[in-house]
Design a protein around this ligand. Structure first.
Ligand code: SF4
Length: 352
């Protein structure tokens, strides 16, 4: 009898899987951390973060007890900081509502704050053997090609069809191994642009390969226009300390410490607006020369502008959300990464 898709995948996975630190554990907390942290992050850059994060917060109780600032610090540079805050919230809910035990089924995992279908499915299947799918972008690509799934697979009827197929394929035996195998095949063989079909265990059942059209699946939505946002920041140094402000608790780079300034309205003078931002902190300043240009692309917007040297007039009292930070503060605080790089150039030393 011909092997099923699941059997082929799991047997291929046993031989070809990458040895990754979170695959050596069944600790559900470690698996949650890995699944949240590695979403939208390349494996090579994500693994060192995972190892540092687990060394810093080895148990769910330690993560729940940490201050948000400490969690953001461990996440600094990974981007998508909402994931760190969600993980922190989930740890608090596990500690408060489940006596520190990670819920053991999909429904209870899904009910945790910030835990979506993918993470709940991955943890339920990998840590607890529940027969549920875990569909990340790699798994979508493999299934779209094998079953030649047309349409926008991110939402609507095409997404529902994908999820119905995905759920029907999960085997009763070793569902966690199967889910990891599907994602691993997408990550290492079924590449978006150049799939290595001759090496693929699914090639004799893959509709797109047989049809000679793997690259046509999944349909990629048209590239979204990324708006440009003008920004200006100020670097003010006094007695060897640099002026920092904490960004608001919501929005882009929320909760990180940053140079004062930020997004500017589309019209109006950059320097005047920057002066007003600083006046809101109670600071009267003299703007000096440009310290560095800013050009930074996020997933949904691009920041373009400059960082200015400024001199603060007088010795005003700072609000709670601002501080004069010494080098040891810069090492301890979660900082906007490109501000950290700029300050390292300014101070000529590593501030990590
Ligand atoms: S045969 Fe090719 S297109 Fe089909 S799943 Fe395998 S690698 Fe992807």
């Amino acid at each position: 009898m011909e092997a099923s898709l699941a059997e082929r995948l799991v047997s291929w996975y046993r031989e070809h899987r990458r040895d990754l630190p979170f695959r050596r554990t069944r600790d559900p907390y470690a698996i949650i951390v890995a699944e949240v942290l590695l979403q939208r992050t390349r494996m090579a850059s994500g693994v060192p973060y995972y190892e540092r994060f687990m060394a810093r917060f080895p148990t769910v109780e330690q993560l729940a007890a940490a201050r948000e600032e400490e969690v953001l610090k461990a996440w600094e540079g990974l981007g998508f900081y909402g994931r760190a805050r969600n993980l922190h919230r989930a740890a608090k809910a596990i500690t408060a509502g489940h006596r520190g035990d990670v819920p053991t089924n999909f429904a209870d995992l899904r009910a945790l704050p910030g835990i979506g279908d993918y993470t709940a499915g991955a943890v339920a299947s990998i840590a607890f053997g529940e027969r549920v799918p875990a569909i990340d972008g790699n798994a979508v690509r493999v299934l779209a090609r094998v079953f030649r799934l047309a349409g926008d697979l991110r939402r609507g009827p095409a997404r529902r069809r994908l999820m119905t197929i995905a759920a029907s394929l999960v085997p009763a035996s070793e569902p966690g191994q199967y889910n990891q195998a599907l994602m691993e095949l997408g990550a290492t063989v079924c590449h978006p642009k150049a799939p290595r079909c001759p090496e693929c265990p699914l090639r004799t059942m893959c509709g797109a390969y047989i049809n000679g059209s793997p690259q046509r699946y999944p349909k990629t939505p048209p590239r979204q226009h990324i708006p440009v946002v003008r920004v200006a920041f100020a670097v003010a140094v006094r007695d060897g300390k640099v002026l920092l402000v904490r960004r608001p608790p919501r929005g882009l780079l929320a909760g990180l410490w940053a140079l004062p300034g930020g997004e500017l309205p589309p019209k109006g003078s950059t320097t005047e607006t920057l002066r007003k931002v600083l006046a809101n902190l109670g600071l009267s300043v003299r703007l000096d020369e440009v310290a560095a240009p800013v050009e930074h692309t996020f997933s949904h917007q691009r920041w373009v502008g400059a960082v200015y040297h400024v001199s603060v007039v007088g010795s005003p009292r700072l609000p709670e959300s601002a501080m004069w930070a010494a080098a040891e503060d810069l090492r301890r605080l979660p900082l906007v990464p490109f501000h950290r790089r700029l300050l390292e150039t300014r101070f000529g030393a590593s501030l990590r």
